[in-house]
Design a protein around this ligand. Structure first.
Ligand SMILES: C[S@@+](CC[C@H](N)C(=O)[O-])C[C@H]1O[C@@H](n2cnc3c(N)ncnc32)[C@H](O)[C@@H]1O
Length: 272
């Protein structure tokens, strides 16, 4: 028979309330996964493992990652979070295994997974994930409840938090502008390769195309490379066009898409 407890739960509820508490902690600490991923990207851990052939012990990783020597033991904890979240895999050599080293920490071999393979080489999504984990993107999440209490119309939550829009901030802050443009470009490299290969028919029969809000032109360049007969141009805000690469065969036009859009056979609009 269940007995009432002071907190209102019954003894028979104990297991489910412990499960619920565990889930509550899981939700509370969910950000640890994001922050561990950010640390891994900042430190270049995927590249370090890739350098060692796709699998590496802690001491091998440390040869390619700039850590203060006093912090090396803590890397194991970070790797534990990253393996639990599927960013890396871990294989442990059993103590009896001939290949197992005496040092227990060295018995773990960390390997790339399909997730961390997206952080290396061509089609690398690291820039996009670094953009999304940039403090300027993270901070607005702290203000969700406050933003919800304000009457519409009002600024988006980014402007509500920072006092200016994402694009205004990128215009004012050259380093943040690079973070945003590189993030968008990494998405374009990945998705345009698939789009051009799998659905290239949408670009046939057109002679000119303008990529509106096309960032630094990565998507337009992919189209121009695959379909040289299509004259490609990119329209974006002046601070983005100012940083656009030259010699790509793609014309850049600075402007505001809400005022006018340059004429072309087709208008291309891609959001990540
Ligand atoms: C989400 S990004 C997408 C970039 C690119 N199309 C892609 O998919 O990688 C949005 C782009 O819109 C641009 N943008 C924002 N407001 C704009 C405006 N009023 N006129 C033209 N471009 C604008 C930004 O500078 C940014 O490059």
């Amino acid at each position: 028979m269940a007995h009432a407890k002071s907190n209102g739960y019954h003894a028979s509820d104990a297991t489910s309330s412990l499960d619920a508490l565990s889930e509550l902690y899981g939700n509370t600490f969910a950000l640890v996964k994001s922050m561990a991923l950010k640390a891994a990207m900042d430190l270049g851990i995927a590249d370090a493992i890739h350098h060692h052939g796709g699998a590496a012990t802690l001491s091998q990783i440390v040869t390619r990652v700039a850590l203060h020597p006093s912090k090396v033991p803590f890397l194991r904890r970070l790797m534990r979070v990253l393996t639990l979240s599927g960013v890396f895999a871990v294989q442990k050599l059993a103590p009896g295994d001939a290949a197992a080293p005496a040092d227990e920490a060295e018995a773990a071999v960390y390997a790339l997974t399909p997730v961390s393979r997206l952080l290396i080489g061509a089609g690398n999504q690291g820039h996009m994930m670094s953009m999304l984990l940039h403090p300027n993107f993270i901070t607005p999440f702290f203000g969700i409840s406050d933003w919800l209490q304000r009457e519409l119309p009002g600024p988006c939550i980014f402007k509500h938090t920072h006092g200016r829009s994402l694009w205004e901030m990128a215009d004012d802050d050259a380093a943040f502008n690079t973070v945003v443009n590189d993030g968008m470009a990494s998405d374009s490299i990945f998705t345009m390769d698939i789009l051009v290969r799998e659905h290239g028919e949408v670009f046939q029969w057109i002679s000119s195309l303008v990529d509106v809000a096309g960032g630094n032109g990565t998507a337009a360049q992919a189209i121009a490379r695959a379909f040289p007969e299509v004259k490609c141009s990119v329209m974006d805000l002046a601070h983005v066009v100012a940083e656009a690469p030259g010699g790509t065969g793609v014309e850049f036009i600075a402007g505001d898409m809400f005022e006018s859009v340059p004429p072309a056979n087709a208008v291309f609009l891609k959001v990540y």
